[in-house]
Design a binder for this molecule. Structure first.
Ligand code: FEO
Length: 403
């Protein structure tokens, strides 16, 4: 039984997954990010002359980590802890781990020194700061470090073992996906790629430029990779750099010839306008996805938005402003700053009609080029209004295809 468990946890020779699975959450980062497949807090144990742990786990799951480690050694016998990233989902178990093992050496990046000290006062005396290219010997193996700032925090670093060609990549290349399997080639591919893309869209899009630079800097080092072991989800071992190539594609913002329509409606008028615009897109053979902001999931919608060319947003005016549902979406879109997008806005109004202008302002703040002037109609769209919306959809479709 014990041997079977160890086998299941093996990543490669003497390197084991000792993390924890999270099946009980439907949101992450507080209430911010929906998760459909649970998640995992990945921690890896290297059984060499030095006993090394790569990352801790969330404090709520520390007993799982301790149980998994106990198959190899006592927690008190760990020599080294590498903290690749100190956000509490990975490191909040640190204070209790330090109570069990007060002398463990903790390797962090320069940013990690700040984040660990701020999150976990008392850990300072154990810290050893490393930078890109630094190495430590742990017996037969070497561990080498790469500062991967903004993939996705300033403290993020990668740890690489050249003897096994394994890269411990922190949050980068991960997915919120809980599974007893350890490798990407063992699980449902649709769920895997949805979660990988959702992670990028919602967590990393804003940092796309830095990500492209960091990936370029990393690839130029020529460190051969057999396995990528991220801090969430499953590891990549078959064509492991396929996920790196996807990151480059997503960060570059190469759009597909498609649109995302996001709207909300009070008495159905704005929805009719949305449907008429959608018919115009269909007339041009352009695919789209439509989301009612009052019913859809914000993070799932951002995932679809990542790779489309055009954003179409519609909202009735209420209290001279947007509906709160649309305001939430626009705030998120302007924060994430998707690249290479065009857009247009529409909506109904009763007597003041500011919503369309506000949607356009949000799009401009988000770096989205408004290519067709917004359209608003009073109370309820007439047949002429809907014909105009359909025509706008056709015009937008042509612009999408021309890109
Ligand atoms: Fe998985 Fe940035 O924490």
């Amino acid at each position: 039984m014990q041997e079977a468990l160890i086998l299941k946890q093996t990543i490669c020779n003497d390197i084991y997954w000792v993390g924890a699975l999270e099946w009980s959450k439907d949101h992450f980062h507080g209430h911010e990010l929906s998760i459909r497949h649970g998640t995992s807090y990945n921690s890896y144990f290297i059984n060499d002359e030095k006993k090394v742990l790569i990352d801790v786990v969330r404090d709520s799951h520390l007993s799982d980590l301790a149980d998994h480690i106990s198959q190899f050694c006592k927690v008190e016998e760990l020599d080294i802890l590498i903290i690749n990233h100190a956000e509490p989902d990975h490191a909040s178990g640190l204070p209790r781990l330090l109570q069990m093992n007060p002398n463990i050496e903790i390797y962090v990046s320069r940013g990690g020194k700040i984040s660990v000290t701020r999150h976990f006062p008392g850990a300072e005396k154990n810290l050893k700061v490393v930078k890109t290219g630094d190495e430590i010997k742990i017996g037969k193996r070497t561990l080498r470090f790469f500062e991967a700032q903004m993939l996705h925090w300033p403290d993020t670093m990668f740890t690489y073992c050249p003897e096994d060609k394994i890269l411990f990549s922190a949050d980068a290349f991960g997915q919120h996906y809980a599974a007893p399997e350890r490798f990407a080639d063992q699980i449902d591919q649709k769920g895997l790629w949805f979660e990988a893309e959702k992670y990028f869209a919602n967590i990393l899009t804003l940092y796309s430029q830095q990500i492209l630079k960091k990936i370029d800097e990393f690839l130029k080092l020529g460190w051969e990779i057999a396995i990528i072991a991220p801090a969430h989800g499953v590891c990549w071992r078959q064509n492991p750099t396929q996920i790196v190539e996807k990151y480059v594609q997503w960060a570059t913002g190469e759009p597909q010839k498609s649109a995302v329509i996001i709207f909300d409606t009070i008495w159905g008028g704005t929805e009719k306008m949305a449907r008429a615009i959608a018919e115009g897109l269909e007339d041009e053979g352009v695919s789209y996805r439509m989301f009612n902001a009052g019913a859809a999931d914000l993070a799932d919608t951002m995932t679809d938005l990542l790779s489309c060319r055009a954003l179409v947003v519609g909202c009735p005016t209420r209290n001279n402003k947007l509906l709160p549902t649309l305001a939430l979406y626009m705030e998120e879109i302007s924060g994430l700053r998707f690249k290479n997008k065009i857009g247009m806005a529409f909506g109904t109004y009763g007597w003041s009609g500011e919503a369309v202008k506000r949607l356009e302002t949000f799009m401009q703040e988000a770096g989205i080029e408004v290519v067709i002037p917004g359209y608003k109609c009073q109370f309820a769209p007439s047949p002429e209004d809907l014909a105009k919306c359909r025509e706008m959809g056709r015009e937008l479709g042509q612009k999408i295809k021309a890109a």
